[in-house]
Ligand binder design. Sequence first.
Ligand code: BJW
Length: 237
Amino acid sequence: MSKNDHIVVLTGAGISVESGLDTFRGNFGLWGQHKVEDIATPEAFATQPELVHKFYNQRRQQLKKVQPNPAHVALATLEKNWPGKITLITQNVDDLHERAGSTQLIHMHGKLSEARCIQSGTVFPCEENLDTDSLCECCQVKGNLRPNIVWFGEYPFGMSEIFTALDQADQFWSIGTSAHVYPAGGFAQHVLMNRKDARMIECNTENSQISHLFPERHEGPASQTVTKLVDSILEEL
Ligand code: BJW
């Protein structure tokens, strides 16, 4: 390890579990009778917009009741104190990383706190509920606002910046993700193909789809494993 290492960190729903937010594919990963694969699609929004708005409204409201946990804080501390570059890529649509103090952050699947006009693509801050009567500020049409979230079949945000970072990664950390969803599920493989000596670290309570790619695994809740990892790496400086 060198103190100039570019560390690329990928986070998933598991990092926010100890803040009180559910994962997508665990025991509690169902919303009502629906799988996320049925709700998080442009087709679901076209045919059942009320249902999709309800799903995101509930989660947006839930954000007001939760706080970043020690794992989010540890990653913000790493960003502040690490002499090399840090790129934090999150699949999460919550805002717990930024509330913990991370600034170099890519929300590849969008944000609950934003809405987007389906006509112009303009993005607006959104703290309150959306419904099919919500009036879009830019086109003044009801029903033109959708959550600014990347659904299945849509292109994730920040991909050019993400692949630039993956191509330069000296370390790749995968935290609290099942790696079930692509392209994020393929990032570790991408790093290994281009950077054979990269330090590969996974923090998870269980094995993921890609655990075999990580010689270094820290099993346990992220609040403990990530905090220890960050402490140890900063101590080595
Ligand atoms: C803990 C813990 C604790 C628990 N501490 N850990 C067939 C094959 C391959 C791919 C495809 C295919 N058919 C279609 C595709 C592509 C599709 C896809 O991947 N589908 C899969 C279902 C197979 N992907 C897409 O469509 C994406 N777009 C795309 O591919 O565009 C083309 C493209 C290609 C190449 C380059 C660029 C573009 C878009 C995907 C959009 C995903 N959207 C969602 C929902 C929207 C956001 C929202 O509503 O929140 O994003 S799906 C959902 O899954 C959400 C998450 O961000 C995402 C990832 O889930 P995550 O974070 O991994 O959560 P879980 O629940 O799966 O895992 C939690 C983990 O935490 C577990 O491992 C636990 O063990 C662990 N854990 N407690 C540490 N305390």
